[in-house]
Design a protein around this ligand. Structure first.
Ligand code: GLU
Length: 318
C-alpha cells in the first residue's frame, strides 16, 4: 500500500473509490478476524469473525462496495444514531435537557456517572443516554421499534429493513444492566415511560439488521447538510446536522473516540455487531463491517479500514 501525497489528491468528482476500496480490502485482510466477536448473546457470538465489507455512497448517488458489503448484520449501537435523529426531529434542542453531549470516559454500559450526575447521562451514544432517547420515542410513537425500522427503510431506500426478533428477545433476556440503568434514571425522573416498555423498544432497535450499502446510504444525509441526497428531503436542519456530526466525532466510538478521531478524522458511530458508519462532509456516507472487535468495542479491521480511507484519499474533516 502506498501513501498518496496530498499534491496528487483527486478532485471530488473524479475520486476513484473503487480502487481505493480494493486497496483497503487488500491491506486489512491480514487483520480481519483479529480481536473478539461480541459474545454477550449467542446470536452475536455465532457470527463468523472473518467477514469484511465496506460501502461508500456519495452525495452524487454513486455506490462503491467491496467484500461482504451486501451481507446483513446486527446494527446494535449504530441504532443509537438514528433514534437520536428521530428524537431531534421531534423535540429539537430540548433533547439536551435530558441527556448531555460530553464524552463519558467510561464504558458504554457503565452506571457510575449516573449517580453523581443525577440520572442525566453524559451523551446519547452510551446505553444510559440511548435509553432516555428511546423513552422520548416511546412517548412520541405508538410502536417505537416500527417507527425506527420505517425510518431506516426510508433513509436506506430498502423496504426490507427490519429487526431480528430472535436477537431482540436474546438482548432482552440479557438486559439486566440496561434495566438497572433504566430504573436508576426513572428514580431521578428522567424516564417517563415504564422501564419494560423502554427496554423492549431499545432491544428491538439494537436488533435491526442492515448491510453496509443500506447504512452508508442511510447516513449520507449527514454528509449533505441534513438532506437526503437523492430526494433533497430535509431530515434535520443544517445546524442540527452539524451538531450531530460533532457528537459523533466526540462520543460515537465508545471510550476510544479520541483515538478514533486522531486516526480517522471523521464523525462516526460504531456498534458491537462490528459495524461502523462514518460521514465525509459534502462527499459521502460510509459503512464498514467486520465483526471482530478491539478492546474498546469497535471493529478492529473496520477502524483500520476507515483510517486507510482518509489516508489514501487525503480527505477527512481536518
Ligand atoms: N445491545 C447492546 C447493549 O445494549 C448494544 C451494545 C453496543 O452496540 O454498544 O448492551
Amino acid at each position: 500500500m502506498q501513501n498518496r501525497s496530498p499534491s496528487k489528491r483527486l478532485e471530488p468528482q473524479s475520486m476513484d473509490y473503487r480502487s481505493v476500496l480494493e486497496e483497503i480490502h487488500a491491506a486489512v485482510l491480514p487483520v480481519v478476524g483479529r480481536g473478539r466477536v461480541a459474545d454477550y448473546i449467542p446470536e452475536l457470538s455465532r457470527v463468523p469473525p472473518d467477514r469484511f465489507g465496506m460501502a461508500v455512497v456519495t452525495v452524487r448517488g454513486e455506490v462503491y462496495t467491496v467484500g461482504d458489503a451486501l451481507t446483513t448484520f446486527s446494527i446494535q449501537s449504530i441504532s443509537k444514531l438514528f433514534s437520536l435523529v428521530m428524537a431531534l426531529q421531534a423535540e429539537g434542542d430540548a433533547v439536551w435537557d435530558r441527556v448531555g453531549r460530553e464524552p463519558s470516559g467510561t464504558p458504554f454500559n457503565s452506571l457510575v456517572q449516573l449517580e453523581h450526575e443525577s440520572g442525566k447521562p453524559r451523551n446519547p451514544f452510551i446505553n444510559a443516554g440511548a435509553l432516555v432517547i428511546t423513552d422520548i420515542l416511546c412517548t412520541r410513537f405508538a410502536v417505537p421499534e416500527n417507527a425506527l425500522a420505517e425510518f431506516m427503510q426510508k433513509l436506506s431506500g430498502n423496504q426490507a429493513v427490519h429487526y431480528d426478533r430472535r436477537v431482540a428477545r436474546s438482548e432482552r433476556t440479557h438486559a439486566d444492566r440496561n434495566a438497572a440503568m433504566a430504573h436508576f434514571m426513572k428514580s431521578f425522573g428522567n424516564l417517563r415511560n415504564s422501564v419494560e416498555l423502554v427496554l423492549d423498544a431499545y432491544c428491538r432497535h439494537c436488533a435491526i439488521e442492515m448491510n453496509c450499502v443500506d447504512l452508508a446510504r442511510a447516513v449520507s444525509f449527514l454528509a449533505n447538510h441534513g438532506r437526503i441526497p437523492s430526494s433533497g428531503e430535509m431530515v434535520l436542519g443544517a445546524s442540527l446536522s452539524k451538531r450531530l456530526n460533532a457528537v459523533m466525532l466526540t462520543c460515537g466510538t465508545y471510550d476510544a473516540a479520541g483515538d478514533f478521531a486522531f486516526r480517522v478524522g471523521l464523525p462516526a458511530k460504531s456498534g458491537v455487531g462490528g459495524g461502523i458508519v462514518a460521514v465525509m462532509p459534502n462527499e459521502c456516507g460510509i459503512c464498514v463491517w467486520s465483526p471482530s472487535l478491539d478492546e474498546s468495542g469497535n471493529s478492529h479491521a473496520g477502524t483500520l479500514a476507515l483510517e486507510l480511507l482518509t489516508t489514501l484519499t487525503g480527505r477527512s474533516i481536518f
